[in-house]
Design a protein around this ligand. Structure first.
Ligand code: G3P
Length: 218
């Protein structure tokens, strides 16, 4: 299972990278804006910095919504660095672009996926990753994890190679439940990954081991 971090914040990306378990980064226009990164050149430079920090895939999202625009922008993004994955929205023009990129050897991440049918289309179009947004589904009183289960079943039924990238992860339990279902990748905030470390019995046990060591060596 791959761990991606869902941020454009370089300090958090570095912290996750230093932990030694990071496989990549996902970004979106909202996350870039949150870091104050605006303008084509600054955005390109920021993607390059992220690629230099991590070893794995870095999703960079297109802004265009027409086929020609998505292709032009996606090709320019892919040219920035070999680690760049072109993030394309799940719209009709996006599906056409996914197929184009797949035919031209450019890796993609199909984003804004909220239904099994959309995930099926993304796989048919040859997307490298599909990003179902589980947190946003939970936000509207539905069940994001059920969507991951349905996509897993559909992909396994037909042997689709598109990787399920569970996105909009909000907390550590989402990560664990996605692992149980068999999502290929999760992307979430740093806290959803570092939360996996935590157990009170670990802290209590360590404190006792160290206290006993000190007693024996004093
Ligand atoms: O990057 C896409 C997705 O992970 C967004 O998450 O928290 O804005 O719903 P969120």
């Amino acid at each position: 299972m791959k761990f991606f971090i869902d941020t454009a914040n370089l300090e958090q990306i570095q912290e996750a990278q230093d932990l030694g378990v990071l496989d990549g980064v996902t970004t979106n226009p909202s996350l870039m804006a949150k870091e104050g990164i605006t303008g084509e050149k600054n955005i390109r430079d920021h993607y390059l910095k992220i690629c230099e920090l991590v070893d794995g895939d870095v999703s960079a999202e297109v802004i265009a919504t027409d086929f020609e625009g998505i292709v032009k922008e996606g090709e320019a993004l892919a040219d920035i660095h070999p680690q760049i994955i072109v993030k394309v929205p799940m719209i009709k023009e996006g599906v056409k672009a996914l197929k184009y990129f797949s035919n031209h050897g450019i890796k993609t991440n199909c984003t804004l996926v909220f239904s099994p049918g959309q995930a099926l289309l993304a796989a048919k179009a040859g997307a490298t990753y599909v990003s179902p947004f589980i947190g946003r589904i939970d936000d509207i009183s539905s069940n994001g994890l059920e969507l991951i289960e349905k996509i897993r079943l559909i992909y396994d039924n037909y042997g689709f190679e598109t990787e399920i990238l569970a996105a909009s992860i909000r907390h550590t339990m989402h990560v664990i439940e996605c692992a149980e279902i068999g999502a290929n990748v999760i992307t979430g905030p740093l806290s959803s990954i570092t939360g996996l470390l935590k157990h009170p019995l670990t802290d209590i046990g360590l404190e006792k081991f160290l206290a006993d060591y000190r007693k024996g060596n004093s």
